[in-house]
Design a protein around this ligand. Structure first.
Ligand code: DC
Length: 230
């Protein structure tokens, strides 16, 4: 008999390991993984390329009127074991992770019309069940009925250190202080914005992973899944 498939929502602050956990969960359960942050990053990249963001201020009208031209999808790269983000058919996975995009994505993601369009696309993906989606508002707005909701957190310093290592390993020259500042700034914007601020859903389970290994986080979460699907 086929096991019941569920929707797993993983929310939390930036760089706290949501995508690492979400990907390993999806692989373990044979589910689809959707990185909702990558969608906001792709919209931001589109706006940057068009010169629609000046000194951190996005030109909302231009972005809103272009929303119908922005098509985002994902493909699983089985060889490198990673999810690849496509913007209008172009592989933008590397580019959307760069600091310039990180520094401009929060203001873009506060635009209600952008959120509305992304949430619509995210819900389409959830119809089939058997998905793990990570982001900021997945358990509160996108899938309020998700069977399992996890709210992840870790201290800002630990999160900045992880992002620093990630970028350094890729060969980027980055400054730790600048990254920590970016982590703190994004926390503030993400938590204080009017539309869908980052907050723990009432029925979400909190997972502080400051001192947990990846394996510990995975087995903790798989136990929660087993309690639901049996
Ligand atoms: O998870 P991430 O750092 O790649 O997300 C990039 C930005 O997108 C983050 O600053 C907040 C925004 N975001 C959001 O507003 N809602 C989501 N569901 C996911 C991300």
């Amino acid at each position: 008999m086929d096991r019941k498939k569920i929707v797993i929502a993983i929310d939390g602050h930036s760089s706290c390991g949501k995508s690492t956990l979400a990907k390993s969960l999806a692989r373990n359960l044979g589910y689809t993984y959707i990185d909702s942050g990558a969608m906001y990053r792709a919209v931001t990249l589109f706006a940057l390329r068009n010169g629609w963001i000046t000194d951190g201020r996005p030109d909302k009208d231009k972005i809103i009127s272009a929303l119908s031209e922005i098509k985002i999808n994902f493909k699983w790269d089985g060889i490198n074991e990673k999810n690849v983000t496509f913007l209008n058919g172009e592989d933008v996975e590397e580019e959307i992770r760069r600091l310039e995009v990180s520094q401009n994505v929060s203001p873009v993601s506060t635009i209600p019309e952008v959120r509305h369009e992304m949430v619509k696309q995210q819900r389409e993906n959830g119809k089939r069940k058997g998905i793990v989606m990570d982001g900021r508002d997945i358990g509160t707005v996108v899938f309020p009925d998700a069977e399992l909701k996890i709210f992840m957190t870790a201290s800002p310093e630990i999160r900045a250190r992880r992002r620093f290592m990630e970028l350094t390993e890729k060969g980027d020259t980055v400054d730790f202080k600048e990254i920590l500042q970016n982590v703190n700034e994004r926390d503030t914007i993400d938590s204080e914005r009017k539309t869908s601020p980052l907050k723990k859903a009432d029925d979400a389970i909190e997972l502080d992973n400051s001192f947990l290994t990846r394996e510990e986080q995975l087995s903790w979460t798989l136990n929660k899944v087993k309690e639901i699907i049996g």
